[in-house]
Ligand binder design. Structure first.
Ligand code: ADP
Length: 770
């Protein structure tokens, strides 16, 4: 039984004055948030200290001293517990301790820790003494702790981050949350008590060791990108943070992992797609832009910057953009932005010029989409810009080509009409003279020349159309370049001589073998020589120079004539191009010769270029052709090479052909090779010449007037001198039966036109050996 000081009971009566010692006690109680009361059981009266009154927040309340009033202060939930507890304590004769809630006068409750003892008087409980101490702040702290723990647990399990707690010493997983099981693919049962290495989460032991070492050394790792392997080997990418914590005295690692696999894949896909778009835009030289039409602010892409030549420091705005526009387009474009974006169209398509800091004038095509508000006001515009300079250039070229074509048609009609008047006059003269007499003869000659002119023109035109349709086929064979030059000279010489030009020829000794079509090459050189003669004032100096340059042979045709303005140099090779048209008309050109020549040279794998210092300073045209390598000529008869150096034995050769040009040029070439040559225009003449000239060799065209080649051959063979003669048929017909027929007529060989000098020479040498 607890002994209570008798003073304590006497001084607790209601309304009793208290001494200063008691006052001190009262003060201490108040400060300690404590109070006391006494219940006189017999009298059924309760007395309490002021500090209790204060504690229960009842300072202003009158207390009637009844135990019921005191009991009413208890929280209803605690009343029964207290009653039973007290009854029990009383029965056992023990003091009673409990934590209960007391109601506050202003609402709510507060926790109190109460201690109650019974004071006996004789054999009965006379009084009950109680003390109460506020434990509100402790209770609050306890609740807060509980709540915080609950919150943490919730956070732990509901976190989208995968969280694990594992022992640093053993590496075993002690706890984990839901996110861990879904990221790793392992169930709680599978993972608990095992290490992450055992689960195979880490691709290599080093990967794990690196993280653990960092946790050890630094206490934590933060935001480390890690590659992990989920159950089944699926790769996961994560951001890992881990921290060293001590749980129940054991050092542990708390690991948080954010699974960024999906996000990373999406980002990579977005990056890829952006990269593709970027590449496509760059390939198209296109830049992306967006303009706020209110503020004039612009967003522009890197490609856009490149397009305009802005550096990184250029701040994007309408003003900056306007500054780089071509001065002639600037006002138009700004005015256009101000006025033309009215409702009605959402498309923006403009072409304009800019001045690029290094590339100069460029043409830009801007394509945009206008965005409007509900009232239809243009707010902004988004689009791309493309460099269309090349397109514009091509457009210009096409326009020029079209103009040239028109000019050409004008020239052509003029040229075609020119010969018509003389022809008409000629017919009139023939009619008047009945085709007889010297006048008629002159008219016929004149008509022939005019007709020739027309034929020439029409041939050129046909050639152009065949070349442009790719219809020309080269008849290529290994040949000596000089023979094509000789043929060209043959044709151009009259024109050169007529103008009184002085021609210098410079050809290196030895053969210059090319794989070429002799007729086409002769045509090219003839054209260049003719031009040199035409575009040089009478009495000029022309120069034909042949040289080797590595694997190539160069043929240069130079003159000291009217020259070519440098800007025209590349143009003169274009179809219908003429430097000075008034001049061309008098010369009878159409401006197509050089274009044909260049195409032909290119078809041979060569190049044709022009040089000139300018008007009045002469011109030079250079043909460059690949030489045949030694290996390509190995199969050719060695005699040929021997001959090219030493020459064949001089022979007496008769050439009969009704095509006089063909006969004359072949004769010239053979003469240049040291042979003695005579020509005949028909079969009869051939026989006559043969009789007096006594040739060793006869080259006979088959289709000749009066007497054809077969007959001539038979007759030649019929006389003794003819039996030893080498007789060669020269014909356009190459069928086997033609060959048989010529053999039957007595020919030794059968050559197909046009005659290749080299082939002919080979036959001559073959004959020598017999
Ligand atoms: P054509 O002579 O029929 O006009 P070409 O195609 O042969 O046509 O030549 C084109 C133009 O090139 C000529 O009209 C002339 O203006 C210029 N040209 C060609 N050769 C020479 C040259 N040797 N000297 C000066 N100008 C030349």
């Amino acid at each position: 039984m607890t002994q209570t000081h008798p003073d304590a009971t006497t001084k607790l009566e209601e309304g009793t004055q208290i001494s200063s010692r008691e006052k001190l006690l009262e003060l201490a109680s108040t400060a300690g948030q404590a109070g006391a009361w006494e219940w006189d059981i017999a009298a059924n009266r309760v007395a309490w200290t002021n500090s209790l009154k204060h504690l229960l927040d009842l300072d202003s309340v009158e207390f009637d001293g009844t135990p019921d009033r005191l009991a009413a202060l208890l929280h209803p939930d605690d009343r029964e517990t207290l009653r039973r507890g007290l009854a029990e304590a009383r029965k056992l004769g023990q003091p009673y301790d409990a934590e209960v809630r007391a109601l506050r006068s202003g609402g709510g409750s507060q926790w109190l820790c109460i201690h109650i003892e019974f004071v006996r008087d004789g054999d009965r409980d006379a009084r009950l003494l109680g003390t109460a101490v506020s434990i509100e702040s402790r209770k609050r702290a306890e609740t807060a702790l509980l709540e915080s723990e609950q919150r943490f647990t919730k956070l732990f399990s509901a976190s989208p981050l995968s969280v694990t707690l594992s022992s640093i010493a053993t590496g075993r997983i002690l706890a984990m949350n839901e996110a861990f099981t879904s990221t790793s693919g392992y169930t709680r049962e599978e993972a608990l008590g095992r290490t992450t290495m055992e689960l195979g989460l880490w691709p290599t032991a080093e990967d794990r060791a690196a993280v653990m070492e960092a946790v050890h050394a630094l206490g934590a790792v933060r935001n480390r990108i890690v590659h992990l392997r989920a159950r089944g080997g699926e790769e996961r990418l994560g951001v890992l943070s881990a921290e060293r914590v001590v749980i129940d005295g054991e050092p542990c690692a708390l690991t948080l992992l954010e699974d960024i696999t999906v996000r990373e894949r999406a980002q990579a896909a977005a990056r890829d797609s952006e990269q593709r778009l970027r590449l496509a835009l760059r390939a198209a030289s296109a830049g992306v832009w967006q303009m706020d039409l209110g503020t004039g602010q612009i967003f522009w892409s890197d490609e856009f910057r490149h397009l305009y030549g802005y550096d990184e420091h250029t701040s994007p705005s309408r003003e900056t953009w306007a500054l780089h526009l071509h001065p002639e387009d600037r006002e138009r474009m700004l005015e256009d932005l101000r006025t033309r974006l009215k409702p009605g169209t959402d498309e923006y398509r403009r072409e304009f010029r800019i001045v690029h800091p290094t590339r100069g004038l460029r043409w830009i095509l801007a394509l945009g989409q206008i965005e409007r508000n509900e009232q239809g006001r243009a707010l902004s515009m988004t689009g791309i810009s493309i460099d269309i300079t090349r397109l514009k250039e091509v457009e210009q070229e096409l326009r020029e080509a079209d103009e040239r074509k028109n000019e050409f048609l004008a020239v052509l009609s003029h040229e075609l009409r020119n010969p018509l008047a003389p022809l008409r006059n000629g017919i009139e003269i023939l009619r008047l003279t009945n085709g007889k007499g010297e006048l008629a003869e002159r008219a016929r000659a004149m008509m022939g020349r005019q007709l020739e002119q027309m034929v020439h023109l029409i041939d050129d035109l046909l050639e152009v159309s065949r070349i442009s349709r790719g219809k020309i086929e080269l008849k290529r064979a290994p040949m000596n370049l000089t023979s094509a030059l000789q043929q060209a000279l043959e044709v151009s010489k009259p024109l050169i001589d007529a103008a009184g030009h002085d021609l210098t020829i410079d050809v290196p000794p030895g053969p210059l073998l090319v794989d070429a079509d002799p007729i086409r090459l002769a045509q090219v050189f003839g054209n260049l020589l003719n031009n040199a003669a035409k575009y040089t004032n009478p009495g000029g100096r022309l120069r034909l120079t042949v040289g080797r340059d590595g694997d190539c042979v160069t043929v240069s045709v130079g003159d000291n004539g009217i020259g070519i303005p440098p800007p025209m140099l590349p143009k003169i090779f274009e179809m219908f191009a003429q430097v000075d048209q008034s001049l061309q008309r008098t010369q009878g050109g159409l401006g197509i010769g050089l274009s044909i020549a260049r195409r032909l040279v290119e078809m041979h794998g060569g190049t044709l270029d022009a040089r000139s210092e300018g008007p009045g300073r002469g011109s030079e045209f250079i043909v460059r052709l690949p030489l045949l390598a030694a290996a390509d000529t190995e199969n050719k008869p060695t005699e040929r090479t021997k001959h090219e150096h030493g020459g064949a034995h001089p022979r007496r050769i008769l050439i009969a052909d009704d095509n006089q040009d063909a006969a004359a040029s072949l004769a010239l070439v053979l003469e240049m090779k040291g042979h003695e040559v005579r020509t005949a225009r028909d079969g009869h003449e051939a026989l006559q010449v043969a009789e007096s000239f006594k040739p060793d060799v006869a080259v006979l065209d088959i289709g000749m007037p009066l007497l054809d080649g077969y007959r001539v051959c038979e007759r030649l063979r019929a006389v003794p001198a003819g039996s030893e003669m080498l007789i060669i048929a020269l014909t356009g017909w190459g069928q086997t039966e033609d060959k048989l027929r010529s053999e039957k007529a007595g020919f030794d060989h059968h050559l197909i036109k046009p005659a290749e000098v080299d082939a002919l020479e080979a036959l001559l040498r073959k004959d020598e050996k017999k």
